[in-house]
Design a protein around this ligand. Structure first.
Ligand code: NIG
Ligand code: FE
Length: 426
């Protein structure tokens, strides 16, 4: 397999050797100056400090060397590729009109009660073909890749019937497996988003999901994760417990949309031992303790707070309470239409006083934990060679620009991503 030396970088922020949870001072960051990485195939073979980089570079420059060298000529800061551990980017239709109503004063819940909100996207998504869903998903996922997101979770949840939920999950699989370049996609079944009008009670709908939808999802290997939206206007905590315990018994990993408008979901996540509890805008010390004791990752979603004009999740308290905090975009057609993960994380960090170390950990190594993935999120030997480089000379510049500085180098699985897709490259 071809080996490639890449560097020197002004800084490599490895995200290696960090505690899994709790507060992080910037001094904890491992920063390697003027070093580089050796990539073999899709993996990182070695991470080199300045001295070793110079030695290996000299070897690479010898005639007949099996090692290639890609020199980095401008000052560049290298980070692991970003991991967006919570999105809803597989959907059809737009809710721009609804957004206009919201900024004119109507609330998200009022709009939902009138049949808008999630149900409006459900109607469009039911009408779309699998090909149409795959094609708009691919556009959004590629946009995300250009922003530095090399792994992206994607939920179903706009079908709410057997056929459309399966169609969404198949569209996600199709984009993940066959279209390149794309971020690596991680599918999650969120059929328990809200109850569709075809069912009289929430319990009947959840029973239907357990008996009719989850078995084929498992059989076809369409998702290993099952999410439920626990909230006012969605599912009650007691029903969510039963649903997630059954999903867990079938071999799925539980995830919860928790405490966005009223508390209740974080308690479910702790009781069932979910891998993550996401949102947590309304959670308090009590919920944080439950999550910490059960090792549940807390996922802050600043994009939906920005979309709704609501306060951010109390990420500072979550870290101080000892939680592992990840930061994701929640990119969806309703509450979080922006998708700009780095902008959102920068604004969250300014508002909540998160250190750069906490913020970058939430976007990389701690986000990998939220997805149960151990082969990415840090620049270290054997990790996937998913790397992003910013044209600046120190990592502090990145959050300082609040998302306006995009990565100019994006490497996924050892391959450099060009900005324009298609045969001519960028
Ligand atoms: O995470 N809160 C529930 N679900 C999504 C919003 C989905 C939508 O409005 O379409 C969320 O914010
Ligand atoms: Fe969400």
């Amino acid at each position: 397999m071809a080996k490639q030396l890449l560097g020197p970088f002004a800084e490599m922020v490895t995200m290696d050797h960090l505690p899994e949870k709790g507060p992080l001072l910037d001094e904890r960051l491992e920063i390697i100056r003027d070093g580089g990485v050796i990539i073999e195939g899709d993996r990182i073979l070695d991470v080199l400090d300045e001295e070793r980089f110079k030695q290996v570079k000299a070897l690479a420059e010898m005639k007949g060397s099996p090692l290639g060298h890609t020199p980095i000529r401008r000052k560049m800061v290298l980070l692991p590729g970003l991991i967006d551990c919570h999105t809803h980017i597989c959907y059809a239709g737009s809710r721009a009109k609804e957004y206009s109503k919201r900024i004119s004063g109507e609330s998200y819940l009022q709009i939902s009660e009138r049949g808008g909100g999630i149900m409006s996207t459900v109607r469009s998504t039911r009408q779309a073909t699998e090909e149409e869903l795959a094609s708009t998903l691919a556009e959004r996922a590629f946009e995300h890749l250009l922003r530095g997101v090399t792994t992206c979770e994607v939920k179903s949840g706009y079908g709410l019937d057997l056929e459309t939920e399966i169609k969404m999950l198949r569209a996600i699989r199709r984009v993940d497996g066959s279209i390149d370049p794309m971020p690596r996609l991680v599918p999650t079944c969120l059929a328990a988003h809200v109850r569709p009008p075809e069912f009289r009670t929430d319990q009947q709908y959840l029973d239907f999901l357990v008996s009719k939808l989850l078995p084929p999802v498992k059989r076809e290997g369409l998702a290993n994760r099952v999410d439920i939206y626990v909230d006012r206007g969605a599912f009650a905590p007691e029903l969510a417990d039963g649903y997630l315990f059954q999903a867990k018994n079938m071999g799925f990993t539980p995830v919860v949309h928790a405490d966005q408008f009223v508390v209740g979901g974080a308690a479910v996540a702790a009781r069932v031992g979910a891998i993550s509890a996401d949102h947590l805008e309304r959670s308090t010390e009590r919920e944080f303790k439950w999550l910490r004791d059960k090792g549940v990752v807390a996922v802050a979603l600043p994009g939906s707070s920005l979309g709704l004009g609501d306060p951010f999740a109390p990420a500072r308290h979550m870290l101080d309470a000892g939680l592992c905090v990840a930061i994701a975009s929640d990119w969806n057609p309703g509450t979080a239409p922006m998708g700009g993960l780095l902008t959102q994380a920068s604004l969250l960090s300014a508002n909540q006083r998160l250190t750069a170390a906490e913020t970058f950990a939430g976007l990389t190594i701690r986000a990998a934990r939220a997805l149960g993935l151990e082969d990415r999120g840090a620049i270290m030997t054997d990790h996937l060679a998913d790397l992003i480089g910013f044209n600046c000379d120190s990592y502090e510049e990145i959050l300082y620009r609040q998302g306006a500085l995009s990565p100019s180098l994006i490497i996924k699985g050892g391959k450099r991503i060009m900005r324009a897709p298609g045969p001519t490259g960028g």
